[in-house]
Structures are given as structure tokens and as C-alpha cells.
Design a protein around this ligand. Structure first.
Ligand code: FES
Length: 375
């Protein structure tokens, strides 16, 4: 911890007084404590003094000690112990507190300090030329999960890059700090994973059960895919008797058979549901091709990220095998990701690599590739 001393006498004001409003607040705050324990209000009162004047002056410490009936040294001990109290004048528009503790340091805090040095002043606690900005390095601010971060007044700004910090400093210097949204500066809510939750999610992605009338046995085998995929499935069944279709083939077929699909598919319910819920349409060209349920289906749950419910949903989409998942191209993965509301999880868990290993050699190949058993 740095040595914390009061500012030089040359910058100390001669006296301190709470404003009328703050004085009333201080009285009310002191009254919250039992008789004889009023000194417990020292921290909130010092904080209020700082909020009022921008920093904690010697006069403020002594005045508050008088209000609480405590020796000056006791109030001074509190003010010099807690780093939240600024003992020297700081920037009037922003005092940037850069966390330099290990997690933030490992994630780029040193680069943030470089920004402060170049944009504000080389040394901490030094005002810039206009007196509007200052900075310091502080210990952990409790937002390590979103490291690196800075605190400005009572707000934290997290997941920062040097460029973002530069922009934030510019906004504060322009007097527009209130317009900067505090918290994570990336696609993250509070401390949730980047891109959205990845666990304990309610995945309400199951498409409506097919209500399509089974095809006549003489014409084609029954196809257990949702109705909106019926056109594609029909083509697959007709041409390959439900053998595995590659996405490219499926797409080509989808284009070539657009009219067939348009004519034969009941577009009403499932597609409408998908559109309303923000999910990609079941008729989207990027939807991976489904197949008829094979005699032996793969255990998709061996793919990390696929549980029983997701497996059921995939099956309803006509996805039964590792080979199918392994063949998904980027657009198809994005479609499935959107349909499952996974927010990038398929890429993060690398379903394709997992599925390729499982398709090639089952669990043994998976262990060879990933060094651990699936699931
Ligand atoms: S280490 Fe920086 S907030 Fe905890």
C-alpha cells in the first residue's frame, strides 16, 4: 500500500463546512447510531465531504472529528487508511483509478496505465494542465472477472482495451462522462460470460412436433423431420433413401426445389413461431439438412454442450449423427446456434471438432484428440 499523507499546506483550505443540505444529511446519519457510538458515522461523513469538495481536506477531517466527538488523530487514521478517500485535489471531471492487481495486470492493466500516463500526467495524483483529470493505480476493486478495469468516481468500467479507455477519458474531459455507460464495455451482462449465458439456461428451442401427415408407404418412407423441412427431407428421401446429406447438397437442393418447398410445405406454424421468437426461420436456407431417423443413432450427448433436451431438439431437426454435426459449415452452425439461443456456444465448445473425432473413432478418437473422455 502506498504511503498516504495529507496534501501540502499550500493547497489545504483554511476551513470546512458542509452545505446546508449535507449538514442535514450528516445530522440524520449520526442519529442512526446509538448514543455513544456516533463515531461510527466517520466513514459516511468523510465520504460526503469528499463528494462535496472532490477530496478530503485536513479541515474536513478535523471538522468531522469535532462533529463526532472524536480525537483528530482517530479521524485522520480512518481517512489515511482507506484509499477511497482522496487526500489531495484530483481531477474535477475524472480521477481514474486503474486496478493494477494480478488479474487486471495479467489482462492488460499496464497498458491502461500507459494511456493514463500519456493522456493525463506521467505521475499518479498529478493533475493535467487544465486540472480536469488525474489518475492513480489502486488495488483490486472487486471486478476481477471483467479485468482489466478502472473506477471513475463510483462507477467501474470493465473489460477495457487501451483504445476504449482513451475514449472514456476523452468523454469525461469533455464533461460528458455521464453519457458513458459504466460496467462491461463488451457484449457481457454484469459478470455473465461474454456473449451471454452458457449454463443453466432454459433452452426453449424445441420446435413444434411434426403434425405432417405421414407420406404414403408406397411413395416414400416416413420422414421424422419437422414439417417445414419436409421439402428438403422429401428430396433427400427420394434421391438417397435418407442417407446422410451434406449441407452443400442440401443447400443446392433447397434452391433447386424452392418451388417444391413453396408448394408443399405448411409454412404456417413452426416458421411463424420461429420468426416471432427471434429465432431463425425453420425454412432458412442455412438450416442444416435433416435426415430420416437411422436405425442406429449416435449419442449426441457425448458432444460437450449437448444435453438430453438439446439432443431431443436436434433430433427433431433431423440431426442424428456425429457426421451431420461434423459437416456443418459456418452459416449452418450459426443457424443452429441461433435456433438454440446459444450465443456462440457451438463455436466455443467446438462441436464440429468434437463431432469429427467421434465420427472418426468414437470415444477412443475423442480421447486422442482432446486428452479426455467425452462429457
Ligand atoms: S484484480 Fe482488478 S478488479 Fe480485482
Amino acid at each position: 500500500m502506498s504511503v498516504r499523507r495529507l496534501a501540502e499546506d499550500t493547497v489545504q483550505p483554511a476551513s470546512f463546512a458542509f452545505s446546508k443540505e449535507n449538514a442535514a444529511w450528516a445530522k440524520e446519519t449520526i442519529n442512526k447510531y446509538p448514543k455513544g457510538r456516533e463515531q461510527s458515522a466517520v466513514i459516511p461523513l468523510l465520504m460526503r465531504a469528499q463528494d462535496q469538495d472532490g477530496w478530503v481536506t485536513k479541515a474536513a477531517i478535523e471538522s468531522i472529528a469535532d462533529m463526532l466527538g472524536m480525537p483528530y488523530i482517530r479521524a485522520l487514521e480512518v481517512a489515511t487508511f482507506y484509499t477511497q478517500f482522496q487526500l489531495k485535489p484530483v481531477g474535477t471531471r475524472a480521477h481514474i483509478q486503474v486496478c493494477g492487481t494480478t488479474p487486471c495486470m495479467l489482462r492488460g492493466a499496464e497498458d491502461l496505465i500507459k494511456v493514463c500516463k500519456s493522456k493525463i500526467a506521467h505521475d499518479p495524483f498529478t493533475l493535467n494542465e487544465s486540472g480536469t483529470l488525474s489518475w492513480e493505480e489502486v488495488e483490486c476493486q472487486g471486478a476481477c472477472v471483467n479485468a482489466p478495469m478502472v473506477m471513475i468516481f463510483k462507477d467501474t468500467f470493465e473489460d477495457l482495451t487501451p483504445e476504449q479507455l482513451e475514449q472514456i477519458i476523452d468523454r469525461f474531459e469533455a464533461g460528458k462522462g455521464a453519457e458513458v455507460t459504466p460496467g462491461p464495455q463488451i457484449d457481457r451482462i454484469y459478470s455473465a460470460p461474454e456473449g451471454g449465458p452458457t449454463t443453466l439456461m432454459l433452452v426453449d428451442a424445441a420446435p413444434a412436433k411434426t403434425t405432417a401427415t405421414p407420406k404414403k408407404a408406397s411413395a416414400e418412407p416416413a420422414v421424422s423431420v419437422p414439417p417445414s423441412n419436409a421439402g428438403r427431407a422429401k428430396t433427400a428421401a427420394t434421391e438417397t433413401n435418407a442417407s446422410l446429406k451434406t449441407p452443400a447438397t442440401a443447400k443446392a437442393e433447397a434452391a433447386a426445389n424452392a418451388k417444391i418447398e413453396g408448394d408443399t410445405v405448411d409454412k404456417s406454424k413452426p416458421a411463424k413461431t420461429a420468426a416471432v421468437s427471434g429465432k431463425p426461420s425453420l425454412e432458412d436456407k442455412n438450416r442444416p439438412a435433416g435426415i430420416e431417423k437411422p436405425a442406429a443413432v449416435d449419442d449426441l450427448k457425448l458432444i460437450s454442450g449437448v444435453g438430453p433436451k438439446i439432443e431431443g431438439t436436434l433430433n427433431e431437426l433431423g440431426i442424428y449423427t456425429y457426421a451431420q454435426v461434423a459437416s456443418w459449415k459456418k452459416a449452418e452452425r450459426e443457424w443452429v446456434d441461433g435456433y438454440l439461443n446459444f450465443k456462440g456456444r457451438i463455436e466455443r465448445d467446438d462441436w464440429v471438432k468434437q463431432a469429427k473425432a467421434l465420427a472418426k473413432g468414437g470415444e477412443a478418437e475423442y480421447i486422442k484428440v482432446f486428452g479426455k473422455k467425452p462429457r
